[in-house]
Design a protein around this ligand. Structure first.
Ligand SMILES: C[S@@+](CC[C@H](N)C(=O)[O-])C[C@H]1O[C@@H](n2cnc3c(N)ncnc32)[C@H](O)[C@@H]1O
Length: 262
């Protein structure tokens, strides 16, 4: 790489934000993306759960014509939505996850974009009836101002009566001591353990992956930062952008808001 090295004290807000976003994509590339579908209990089961989530939010009645999935991953929401006849723009920074999405979608009308989700507007070719940002993707953004900007842009771009569904993990309560460790998934070949390190505004997520290869357990560790988003704060951003919020019941620990453009 060429160019001037930026010392932290000199880095602009944009430069810090860009390097945090790149630490997320490096984490996915190095460790998480290849095992993401496994971590979610397998793609088929996860897509069935995504279908259930969308049905609970009343979004599978066939009235969505054009939707955007921000941080689409391997398509656990894009795919069931596309099966109702909607056209989908699925955007993600991980080439591997988009490739998996494409393989599972088997010809459904999904356009893929490998890009930073904050640039979604440049990929639109219509006003979406629905924008999704699911599975704690919102917390992957580098700072609160990026979240605020994203909500603003989504609200501006939505069709009249368009909806914005987000789900994110409530990290507002600090975990301490051994409560910061939890097993995400394990089987005979793999163990994924997570360790959370709480800061005031962010939580550093350390993923430890053990894989049984050639007769021995091998460990890899990678970490990235997530925002500690309080539900009340996210709700306030929606309301300030003219999105009326309904809370959709979901699994414990996750918050789901459906914002509707007035
Ligand atoms: C926790 S996963 C959620 C995936 C999917 N929405 C789900 O519910 O399973 C977060 C996804 O967002 C993607 N991602 C994170 N930050 C991103 C960014 N700034 N731009 C694009 N994709 C991003 C990751 O590559 C990953 O696929």
């Amino acid at each position: 790489m060429t160019g001037k090295r930026v010392r932290p004290a000199e880095a602009s807000h944009e430069q810090v934000a860009a390097s945090l976003t790149s630490s997320v994509s490096v984490h996915y590339e190095d460790l998480l993306a290849p095992v993401y579908a496994w971590m979610m209990g397998g793609a088929e089961a996860a897509i069935a759960r995504g279908r259930e989530e969308l049905a609970q939010a009343g979004l599978l009645d066939g009235r969505i014509r054009y939707a955007v999935d921000l941080g689409a991953g391997f398509g656990m929401h894009s795919i069931p939505l596309a099966q109702t006849g909607a056209r989908i723009l699925a955007i993600d920074s991980s080439a591997l996850l988009l490739k998996e999405l494409d393989a599972h979608a088997s010809g459904a009308g999904i356009v893929l974009a490998q890009d930073d989700l904050r640039r979604f507007a440049r990929h639109l070719h219509d006003r979406p009836d629905l924008v999704l940002c699911m599975g704690d993707t919102l917390a992957h953004l580098p700072d609160r101002s990026s979240v605020r900007k994203l909500v603003t842009t989504v609200a501006e771009r939505l069709a009249p009566d368009g909806r914005f569904l987000v789900s994110f993990r409530d990290y507002s309560v600090t975990r301490e001591g051994t409560d910061r460790f939890f097993s995400v998934r394990s089987d005979e070949q793999r163990l994924l353990t997570c360790f959370l390190e709480f800061g005031a505004e962010t939580v550093r997520v350390h993923d430890m992956l053990h894989e049984f290869r050639e007769g021995a357990w091998q460990m890899r560790v990678s970490a990235y930062r997530k925002l500690r988003l309080a539900p009340q704060w996210v709700e306030a951003q929606f309301e300030q952008c003219g999105l009326t919020v309904t809370t959709v019941v979901g699994p414990p620990g996750m918050v789901r808001f459906l914002g509707t453009r007035a």
